[in-house]
Design a protein around this ligand. Sequence first.
Ligand code: SAH
Length: 217
Amino acid sequence: MEHLKDTFKHKGRRRQLIEELAQMGIQDQRILSAFDAIPRHYFLDLAFDEQAYTNMAFQIGSGQTISHPYTVAYQTELLQLEKSMRVLEIGTGSGFQTCILCKLGVKVFSIERHQPLHNKAKRMIDFFGFNASLFFGDGYKGNRVYAPYDRILVTCGAPDIPEVLLEQLKIGGLMVIPVGEGAEQKMLRIHKTSDTTFTSEEFGTFKFVPMLERTVK
Ligand code: SAH
């Protein structure tokens, strides 16, 4: 990773993106600062270097994409994070969102079903020196070992709300999950009010790559 360089140009473009995110309604200063601290171009192929700070998704291999910066910021805001919370992320992908969460001082457990993406994201976490736990596995199963979680973040489009994930959420906890069968999903925030009761809020339409079962080597 020695080739990772954060130039004056990158920094300038990043500031512009942060400005854009603020104009789009991201208000939490801690989240905007985290975007400044984690260079997004580090997570992308050199081919996308020039565009890394536009509000776009890019291919990251294994047929997957890094989420739009706005989507990452928006999902993060919906999580209402507090320091030291335990957060389970489904869909590590590039690891960019994982690093944003780490920067906000939470303990992240993240699952990815594609082995090459998992391996690469792990290297990124090490590069930044974050203390996150990354797993190669099927997010549909969650991760019982470290449950329950204060927050669960799903970064792929789920056809429905996985029961197992609800079980692994703390009472009083929140899960942010895009839910929908087709190309588009509704962003839901589920609040677990007791072992068996939940309330749900809806936050607009998004486009994620699908949440699929089983792992891919
Ligand atoms: N936060 C990531 C999003 C990547 S796209 C980023 O910004 O880079 C969503 C990711 O979810 C993909 O990498 C995909 O492989 C993964 N995914 C899909 N279904 C999954 C499952 N059942 N378990 C774990 N990861 C899954």
